[in-house]
Design a protein around this ligand. Sequence first.
Ligand code: ZN
Length: 256
Amino acid sequence: MAARTDQTTDPRLQEDLLQARRGTAFFARKLNELTDAELDGGTRLAGWTRRHVVAHVGYNARALARLIEWAATGVETPMYSSPEARNEEINFGAMLSPIALRHLFDHSAVHLNVEWRDLPAPAWQHEVRTAQGRVVPATETVWMRIREVWIHAVDLDNGATFADIPGSVLERLLTDITGAWHTRGTDNGLRINATGTTTGTDLTFGDTSAENPTLITGPLPAVVQWAAGRGTSCVTATGPGRAGAHRTVPAAPKWI
Ligand code: ZN
């Protein structure tokens, strides 16, 4: 008989699973508030309607479930067969009837949750490969889902904001995003200062060694919104050059 509780006893992973479930519930709430007609509306992602966002979040859960099946069985099953197949799938999903689209989201979320729940504790450390080609332990799928559901709930453009995202998730996002910039070398001279963090102390990210950086400052949710490429509201930029002189906020480097 399948277990009804998570097999892992790792408190950090249990906390992440809780955060993913909370984020999924939050996305579901923002989706359920929309009428069928409103699914046709635009989002905060250029070129994507709400239908595209919902389809993408649903297929993302299925893709992550494939990684968990891979971790469980050792049989390689990629997230998507190709980037083109991923995009075709989203375009197909966006054309589903409203009820089918809602079912896609609900069923895929339940399926992923069951895969997580039933994964034996040791298998969480088995390595799988993400769509970006990163080799990661199966535990990483939980963080990948946390990012997706929280950010795309805001993308639905139905009243959710980055301030709705838990502070711990925002801080981890900023660590992730600035880490990706650093790996690509696109963070040169770019320093980020976030106020209103979970510890009450400002946090600094990005190129902390630059002597004369472009400094992006703002409350944590606004800074993460900017870093994720979703607008410049409530952030300010100064430098380089004349100390303290304000300038137009530059676009954040590409993240994913
Ligand atoms: Zn996404």
